[in-house]
Design a protein around this ligand. Sequence first.
Ligand code: THU
Length: 150
Amino acid sequence: MHTESDTTGSAARPLSADVVQELLTTARTYAERAYVPYSSFPVGSAVLTDDGSIVGGVNIENASYGLTVCGERVAMFAAAAAGHRVIRAVAVSAPRAAGATPCGACRQVMNEFKPADGDLVVVLDGADGPLQIPLRDLLPNAFGPRDLEQ
Ligand code: THU
């Protein structure tokens, strides 16, 4: 099957230290509002859209466990519901696991909303400070919207 090439598109534009800090502060604040009665594993997330807006999200669990939605997807879907269609960065903060990375399902949703001409930056809340990782390193050879145009 054809997949979008890793090598197309430019690299992600680096985020300034101020923006990274604002994203992580938002993600940590949101983590305090996580609804996690089953795992007790809160996750907060903050999305940076192409117009500079920041939109937060938390993981939301359910008594029917499989219906749980991760903090990153809640943040991205809230941004989409607010009308945004391009996401430059997604920060994630899991207070119980420094440096936690997004799950595979969330990486696939990030791929949907990444800039058409560049990459999306994933910002991790590492023990020794923030880490910026390009999505293409976390989800190589991704299947995406352009594959449906073949
Ligand atoms: N979780 C997230 O919110 N984001 C991730 O990337 C991984 C896992 C949540 C789902 C569940 O509520 C809890 O963490 C434990 O898996």
